[in-house]
Design a binder for this molecule. Structure first.
Ligand code: PHE
Length: 347
């Protein structure tokens, strides 16, 4: 049958899906050759109709099958084309972000202390009063426990450990660490030796250009036999030179904390005026944070004998050291947590 041969050879020669569609219309469309031929069949004598009708249906089926098969071939070709990747073609550069400034500082601080044998730990940020204040030798009526200083959680206080709060400082980690080591010692019998670095979020009711309600502190605690102020001074100086640069100096000044005796404020020489005194600093020095020798009451509260063990602790602010670093000038500390890309992308 010429219609069939004609159609099949055209279908096999089709160059693409569009041509195939045209051929389909040409034969099977409303006024397609085969459709019209089938209409003509009505004029045939009745006895011839079934035979010719069957033949016409077979032809229609063959054409349809040929179209489907050739169409499927085009589809596979298309996929193969997509899968062929030209490796020499220049790629699309993905836009890469970077770690947040505070995360970068935490990593740097951790490396500095790990290099001299400190172990990084993290203790709860939602804590009992006992760890944040009680065991740290704070009297019951100390103002740090006031509602307008510390965030308290509205929950039934623990009969022994007191109310639950958001840690206002990382010093709570000192108690957790000593408690843990004393428990270990009961099992092993080994003498206590602590070199702890506790970095965590801390919370206070404050918000202005240099304070945020949530900030980070890094706390050191060193406990052993014969630990003295010289060890504290050595670690302070090592940190200052590693983090700020070899030309920077450090100093300690007498101060008061409930949980250290003696207590100090620790300072670093100003990087802008090199210690001469300028607008940025107080007479050449910038304040890092607190430090001191662990108070005997604190040691006792953790089950340590102050006649055997001594130690020092320090607690400094991550955001503070970060903004004191040369080359990082941040007028408003709240920008660090504003999620503004214009700001974060500068670092
Ligand atoms: N926890 C004190 C603060 O937040 C700092 C400090 C830590 C002081 C360790 C002495 C020893 O101000």
């Amino acid at each position: 049958m010429t219609i069939k041969n004609n159609a099949v050879s055209l279908i096999l020669d089709a160059g693409d899906e569009k041509e195939l569609e045209e051929i389909k219309l040409q034969f099977l469309g409303k006024s397609g050759t085969l459709t019209l031929a089938m209409k003509e069949m009505a004029k045939l004598p009745a006895e011839k109709r079934p035979e010719i009708g069957q033949l016409a249906n077979e032809v229609k089926q063959i054409i349809e099958e040929a179209i489907t098969n050739v169409g499927a071939g085009f589809h596979t070709q298309k996929i193969e084309k997509i899968q062929k990747i030209d490796v020499t073609e220049p790629g699309i550069k993905p836009s890469l972000g970077h770690l947040h400034l505070v995360t970068q500082a935490i990593e740097e601080i951790t490396n500095i202390f790990e290099n001299i044998g400190f172990t990084r730990v993290r203790y709860p940020e939602i804590e009992y009063d006992w760890y944040a204040f009680g065991a740290l030798n704070f009297p019951d009526n100390h103002p740090a426990r006031d509602d307008w200083e510390t965030f308290f959680i509205d929950q039934e206080p623990d009969p022994k450990k007191g109310p639950i709060l958001l840690t206002p400082h990382t010093s709570s980690g000192q108690i957790r660490e000593m408690e843990k080591q004393v428990e270990e010692q009961k099992k092993t019998g080994n003498p206590i030796s602590i070199k702890m670095l506790n970095i965590a979020k801390t919370y206070r009711r404050q918000s202005d250009v240099s304070h945020v309600p949530m900030f980070h502190q890094f706390e050191t605690l060193v406990i052993g036999e014969n630990i003295s102020i010289t060890h504290l001074k050595g670690v302070l100086d090592y940190f200052v030179k590693s983090y700020f640069g070899p030309d920077r100096k450090s100093r300690i000044r007498p101060y008061h904390f409930q949980f250290t005796e003696p207590s100090f404020e620790t300072d670093v020489s100003c990087g802008v005026c090199n210690g001469k005194g300028c607008k940025l600093c107080k007479e050449g020095w910038l304040e890092l944070g607190g430090a001191g020798m662990v108070h005997p009451n604190v040691l006792r509260n953790c089950g340590l004998d102050p006649s055997i063990y001594t130690g020092f602790a320090s607690g400094w602010g991550v955001e503070r050291v970060l903004t004191m670093k040369e080359g990082i000038e941040i007028d408003d500390i709240r920008l660090l947590y504003s999620n503004k890309l214009e700001f974060l992308e500068q670092f």
